[in-house]
Design a protein around this ligand. Structure first.
Ligand code: MG
Length: 153
């Protein structure tokens, strides 16, 4: 078995949709990025690539490449699934760090979206959310972070 971890941050700005785990979430701000800036999916992709010792998403999906401009991160996740197809994913655990909005109602759908993209069952993909109690950049609402950990074999 091999373990991998991923971490990502994107800045919250006005006039962008908030996309997390493939869900569009009603909020007054969205995440800034070259792609759709789905910070949770980016963390999971980095965890999967890391577990397979295949580098990181910056290497596979450079933000200097216009093919990835406003890209749907779920499509990139499917591409990562192909890259690591020598392995089977045992499970994924993840956490989104955001002061607002409240994400609890969306977590099961995120889990299902990620499982569908990777050909897994939803019970292999856990998505959690937490705040940082008003501390730091997530607490101030300046950005959203995500952590992910995966086991493949
Ligand atoms: Mg990112």
């Amino acid at each position: 078995m091999r373990i991998g971890m991923g971490y990502d941050v994107h800045r919250l700005v006005e006039n962008r949709p908030l996309v997390l785990g493939g869900c569009i979430i009603p909020f007054e701000k969205g995440l800034l990025g070259h792609s759709d800036a789905d910070v949770l999916i980016h963390a999971i992709m980095d965890a999967l690539l890391g577990a397979a010792a295949l580098g990181d998403i910056g290497w596979h999906f450079p933000d200097t490449d216009d093919r990835h401009k406003d890209a749907d991160s779920m499509h990139m996740l499917k591409e990562v699934a192909r890259l690591i197809s020598d392995y089977k994913v045992a499970n994924i655990d993840s956490v989104i760090v955001a002061q607002r909005p409240k994400l609890a109602d969306y977590l099961p759908q995120m889990s299902e979206n990620i499982a569908n993209a990777l050909g897994l069952s939803p019970d292999q993909v856990n998505v959690k959310a937490t705040t940082e109690e008003g501390l730091g950049f997530t607490g101030l609402g300046e950005g959203i972070a995500a952590h992910a950990i995966v086991l493949i074999g």
